[in-house]
Ligand binder design. Structure first.
Ligand SMILES: Cc1cc2nc3c(=O)[nH]c(=O)nc-3n(C[C@H](O)[C@H](O)[C@H](O)COP(=O)(O)OP(=O)(O)OC[C@H]3O[C@@H](n4cnc5c(N)ncnc54)[C@H](O)[C@@H]3O)c2cc1C
Length: 390
């Protein structure tokens, strides 16, 4: 058994770390200042400029196939990179990416949607959640009715990341209510904003924020169906599957950076004539955080490895998402506690992380949905205790 990174993994990890340290972290004070003034930390052109800079370093399209100019990196490598990005709260991600399901596009759709998205000329959002259907995504009601060569979309989506900025939405709509979404009754559509949907920003406890989307008789040509008619729910689950290892990978980076801040603070902050790190209460918080961080790291790397092996990653990635999201919430909470009153202020980014990571337990499958998947897999005998080693 070998727990070491390969030379290539280490080299890539170190290059990304250097990029984040040199190009991204210096922006942190300005990002905090803007966010405190209720402005976006980075605007679209600044993000693009940074992404183009990263492209010169060779980082462009981590998951994008090489034929589209991407790197097509293995999932383990992508996981390591997402961890490095998590070390800064600047809302930066590498360019050259598109939603994983957009690669199901037809040649015409590729020219209109996929290629401009990869190039950063257009931005997308993915919309399945509705006011009445979140965890129970198969209960969606947004209706698409056929009208000659078009479809007419009516209904509402909610909590859509990037929904207020996106140029187009990938919308999962009900096309055959009798079948039900899960059994071929839902279809994914590529819907330009110019076709007439409206969006409204939703205030949340985090920075940025999702939007609600309203479709009121929006006419969409049949050729804008993504994938096959009736495949909408399957595509939705494929879209969500990607986040099951990237989100917790990001969480590891946040926890690593925050824990180091706690260690630095504990060794310099003195109370009663000695550094607070001399107290067992503080030492235990540090020990528990490092232990959980390490457990999460291997669980999540294993789930990415499962993807690379071509095995079904659902069980492993649900465990990684569940544990990684919980871990980062517990670690950031302890880090805040170790900083005392300063941890609670807006001078430090800790309270920002505290608000940010709360989301990790909710989106792309809540804790409870991950538990449902994990237990159901075991109870139905779909997987064995011990996974691939069983
Ligand atoms: C900031 C943000 C960004 C998002 N981005 C997107 C996006 O880009 N696209 C998109 O489509 N969606 C997005 N979502 C939606 C997100 O995926 C849903 O919020 C999530 O799936 C939970 O659905 P819900 O909010 O309707 O909660 P509900 O499904 O109503 O659940 C409420 C609570 O009940 C629990 N629960 C529900 N059913 C069960 C059960 N059977 N057993 C036990 N517990 C249960 C849940 O775990 C949760 O704790 C986003 C959400 C947020 C907050």
């Amino acid at each position: 058994m070998d727990f070491a990174l390969s030379d290539e993994e280490r080299a890539v990890r170190d290059t990304v770390r250097a990029f984040v340290t040199r190009e991204v972290m210096p922006l942190e004070p300005e990002v905090l200042r803007r966010e405190r003034a209720h402005q976006p930390g980075l605007d679209r052109s600044e993000l693009r400029e940074l992404q183009l800079k990263a492209r010169k370093f060779g980082f462009w399209g981590l998951a994008t196939p090489e034929e589209y100019g991407g790197m097509a990196l293995p999932a383990v490598m992508q996981s390591l990179i997402w961890t490095e990005l998590g070390r800064s709260f600047v809302p930066f991600r590498f360019g050259g990416e598109a939603d994983n399901i957009l690669f199901h596009a037809t040649e015409e759709q590729k020219r209109e949607f996929l290629l401009p998205t990869i190039e950063g000329e257009r931005t997308s959002c993915f919309a399945i959640t509705e006011p009445g259907a979140g965890s129970d995504a198969a209960n969606i009601k947004l209706r698409a009715r056929r009208d000659g060569d078009d479809w007419i979309l009516d209904g509402e989506k909610t909590f859509i990341t990037n929904g207020n900025d996106a140029d187009f939405a990938i919308v999962v709509a009900v096309t055959d209510p009798k079948k039900g979404a899960r059994r071929g009754g839902a279809t994914a559509f590529l819907v330009d904003r110019a076709m007439g949907w409206r969006s409204e920003f939703i205030q949340t406890m985090g920075e940025g924020g999702p939007a609600s989307l309203v479709f009121d008789g929006v006419r969409v040509p049949h050729r804008n169906i993504l994938g096959e008619p009736g495949q909408g729910f399957t595509l939705g689950m494929e879209w969500i599957g990607k986040g099951r290892y990237t989100i917790p990978s990001h969480a590891i980076g946040i926890a690593e950076r925050a824990l180091q801040m706690a260690i630095d603070h504990a060794t310099t902050r003195e109370t009663f004539g000695a550094p607070i790190a001399t107290n067992q209460a503080i030492q235990w918080m540090i020990a528990d955080s490092e232990t959980e961080l390490e457990a999460a790291r291997w669980l999540i790397l294993r789930s990415a490895w499962t993807v690379d092996q071509g095995l079904d990653p659902r069980h492993a990635s649900s465990m990684g998402k569940l544990y990684g999201a919980g871990m980062v919430n517990r670690v950031v909470d302890r880090v805040l506690q170790i900083h005392g009153g300063m941890g609670y202020t807006r001078e430090l980014p800790i309270e920002r992380w505290y608000r940010q990571v709360r989301l990790y337990r909710i989106f792309e499958g809540t804790d409870e949905m991950q538990r449902l998947i994990i237990s159901r897999d075991l109870l139905r005998g779909y997987t064995k205790i011990g996974g691939h080693l069983a």
